[in-house]
Write a protein that binds this ligand. Sequence first.
Ligand code: FAD
Ligand code: NAI
Length: 464
Amino acid sequence: MSQSSYDLIVIGSGPGGYVAAIRAAQLGLKTAVVEKNPTLGGTCLNVGCIPSKALLTSSEKYADALHGFAAHGVRAPSVSFDLAAMMGHKDKVVKDNTAGIEYLFKKNKIDWIKGKGVIAGAGKVDVAGQTYATKNILIATGSESTPLPGIAVDEKRIVTSTGALVLSEVPKTMVVIGGGVIGLELGSVWQRLGAQVTVVEFLDRILPTMDGEISKTMQKILAKQGMQFKLGSKVTSSVNNGKDVSLTVEAASGGNAEKMQADIVLLAIGRRPFTEGLGLDKVGVKLDERKRIVTDHKFQTNIPGIYAIGDVIAGPMLAHKAEDEGVVCAEMMAGQSGHINYDAIPGVVYTWPEAASVGKSEEELKKDGIAYKAGKFPFSANGRARAMGDTEGFAKILADAKTDRILGAHIVGPDAGTMIAELALAMEFGASSEDVARTCHAHPTLNEVVKEAALAVEGRPIHV
Ligand code: FAD
Ligand code: NAI
């Protein structure tokens, strides 16, 4: 049976899908969102960005009380934590956020069609036995954890990020497979709460997509916090007896097998696009070699009227990338124009200190043969960081050797994720390092490290 007709049906209510729906509704399109989960918000709000940041903040507060208070003269002789209460806080934050999206849908008159959406053809979406007609379909079905042969996830002993967000007790030992963003963030949560965490990383460095200096500095800092690293290594098999897990770990190049034991194993070797059961093969929507949906600059697939955004297409798997694509895609559907500067999308790792990047790394600039100047400034020379007792890390700005235009910026330090916004904005406006250096920065703030790094590009920082 055919239901009322829409201008746009979005499949998936993650940050890509729900933001696209709101923007489309703002522009006057009659919009519905199909979501199969009992709550809106997708990976990000339910089992990703938001719950992980709640646990990161709670565990950070505990670690600070344990290790950081004394330097400020604050005595807290018997600090302890209540894991159930921490989880309760996280669950409430998730509930408030997902309910917030429901409210925004009502406010913007967006219909939530509950159930799994299957594309029956251009302009037709099947949900729970009903066919809905629509002018446009937007696929925003996101991604899922990439499996690893030999490592059977049960979400109890061998977990993905989803299981790692709901552990009912702190493991004594945890092996994290993959030294990327999830491994370091969720590894940090459990390490701060008392687990001995070992990260097994296939490559010879953690955070392999970030600037090399960031990777090295983060590894040093996290090792000082107690995290252990096995680089250039791979896990080839696991035996899960329900109480703990025995792993076989080999050198990445093969050979040198050794056994490792862990109460909990966190598998975090990346995520893959999720298009299962969506009917794409029947409709003929083209996928690339990594099973991502292929789109043009308007986010249209090879089938007219079917669009895709977010984790399910190429590019960094980040919530803000999905959101921006959602906005631009909706605006283009409504006849407007739009564009995303993929060179200025920031990435943040929410460990403590945080790591944040925007634009090119030194390795990428060298590979592309682009001549650049680098300016670097340490937090240890910043008055505010000293006052906070958070002096680890640095800011680094990479600028074109000829034009001085900023090509990349990389920060390890307190609140690096907030500080990188200034540099993303600078890049968006095509700013030079001198533009940032001559911008008045309030004193005493952490952001003065950015200004000094910009001054350092021309070899003239003031405070070192
Ligand atoms: P998703 O958020 O994955 O949403 C897809 C939705 O589609 C889901 O709700 C799913 O149920 C629904 N769906 C799928 N198929 C169907 C169907 N056939 N019918 C109906 N519904 C369907 N990114 C950041 O930028 N910052 C962070 O701090 C951050 N932290 C993260 C932490 C973790 C632990 C994880 C796992 C990810 C994190 N990410 C973070 C990544 C971020 O969550 C994703 O990039 C983002 O959610 C992608 O948005 P999306 O809209 O493309 O898809
Ligand atoms: P990732 O791509 O960040 O890291 C995966 C790591 O696993 C890499 O270092 C890779 O070299 C390694 N690896 C791959 N195969 C391996 C193997 N067989 N053995 C050992 N190591 C192996 O992926 P991750 O951490 O799973 O996160 C998935 C995505 O979610 C990321 O792409 C990220 O964009 C997003 N995310 C973003 C966050 C943020 O913005 N703060 C937080 C968490 C996730």
